[in-house]
Design a protein around this ligand. Structure first.
Ligand code: NAD
Length: 370
């Protein structure tokens, strides 16, 4: 078992010289001590499964407080008001949400609606002059993402993506080791993320609400992980799709293998699926060592090992660290982390290319100019 002292030490060690140099300041406070004087006041939009998880995780936050909610279902708003002590004046539905601009008690809205609604909802929140966090995948495609970035810029608000792994200790430690040169020159990455999808009637299997299938939903973890495992941006993409259940997955992709070519010449070999379980791993191999994190992208417990042995990083609630981390960045003017809208755009450009390659029979798609 990790002691709290170990935990704090490891968190601080795990940050290193990455863009998130200031995360420890908030992380150190996570499991001890009072709430900070300054609070980032958050409203959640789309009160489904993930919103509930974020709301529960925020109970342990030191710098972020849940104060508002947006839902089309009055009964859900009632439940949330009771459960999370949300005042009536901070509740909205999808028709009234633009009035949030007149509410000085809400700083940021976290959009957790189905994927294909993210574009519309982020534009609404930006127009209301509030900062915004948007769940992954940021949008249906790169073009929509560009529009969301432009809208936030025009409104002068911050735009973040819910890439919680960037706040997770094993992931931070991998990035630190790579940046410190402890792995040597990176030679190969092999990432995959998937699970067996259940209910055939869920919105995730409807193109109009999901934008795509496994690739959009969880393939994005393998892709984003390849970028932080290498520290490089891909220059080409190839992809192959297969379906073992073409009826269930009539509208969206079921299983995709994709390869990312990087400027250094290395290739990341990645996969994603909605067809089977036990498919969750990040594996990066360098000339001097390796890191294997598995499970690597789910809610955990995340486990990892390297050429040095077990990583022994603390097990944390990702969303607590994520929300405190974002609060610290906004409230204390810390440098923007690897979870900005621009980072979401980099991923969506690759997702577009994955689908383009599949449409073109596995063709190599060059990313320059995309
Ligand atoms: P969910 O179905 O549980 O919740 C979606 C919510 O959106 C529901 O409350 C639903 O009522 C509401 N909604 C609003 N308009 C809707 C419409 N037109 N059709 C259907 N629902 C509508 O889904 P979820 O699992 O909470 O996923 C929501 C978002 O969060 C997705 O973008 C998903 O990718 C993301 N997510 C992220 C993580 C993560 O670990 N970062 C995990 C799960 C989900």
């Amino acid at each position: 078992m990790d002691t709290r002292r170990d935990f704090l030490q490891k968190i601080s060690l795990g940050i290193g010289a990455t863009a998130l140099t200031d995360l420890p300041a908030s992380a150190r406070e996570l499991y001890a001590g009072p709430k900070a004087d300054k609070q980032l006041r958050v409203a959640l939009m789309g009160l489904g499964g993930y919103a509930g998880r974020v709301a529960d995780a925020m109970k342990d936050c030191k710098m972020a407080t849940l104060v508002g909610a947006v839902s089309g279902t009055p009964a859900k708003l009632e439940t949330w008001k009771q459960k999370y002590n949300i005042p009536e004046k901070n509740t909205y539905n999808y028709e009234t949400v633009s009035k949030i601009k007149d509410n000085p008690d809400i700083d940021i809205v976290y959009v957790t609606t189905p994927n294909s609604l993210h574009h519309k909802h982020v534009l609404q929140i930006a127009a209301a002059g509030k900062h915004v966090i948007c769940e992954k995948p940021v949008a249906d495609n790169a073009q929509q993402t560009r529009e969301m970035i432009a809208a936030c810029k025009k409104a002068g608000v911050k735009f973040y993506i819910g890439y919680r792994m960037h706040f997770e200790p094993h992931t931070r430690e991998l990035i630190r080791m790579r940046e410190a040169g402890e792995l040597g020159k990176i030679m190969h990455v092999n990432n995959y993320m998937g699970f067996k999808s259940g209910d055939p009637n869920q919105w995730r299997l409807k193109k109009a609400l999901a934008g795509g299938g496994a690739m959009m939903d969880v393939g994005i973890y393998a892709l984003n992980g390849a970028r932080y495992a290498t520290g490089e941006e891909p220059v080409w993409v190839t992809a192959q799709e297969t379906k073992t259940d073409p009826v269930k997955f009539k509208e969206v992709d079921e299983t995709i293998m994709f390869q990312l070519g990087f400027p250094s010449g290395i290739v990341a070999s990645c996969g994603t699926t909605y067809a089977f379980n036990n498919y969750e791993r990040l594996y990066v191999i360098g000339e001097k060592g390796f890191v294997e994190i598995s499970p690597a992208f789910g809610y955990g417990p995340i486990k990892g090992r390297s050429h040095l042995g077990p990583m022994n990083q603390p097990v944390v609630t990702h969303q607590t660290l994520q929300m405190d981390g974002i609060a610290d960045i906004i409230l204390n003017n810390k440098p923007d982390p690897n979870v900005t809208g621009e980072e979401g755009l980099k991923d969506m450009i690759v997702v577009d290319a994955v689908y383009e390659s599949i449409r073109k029979g596995g063709a190599k798609i060059m990313l320059a100019g995309k």
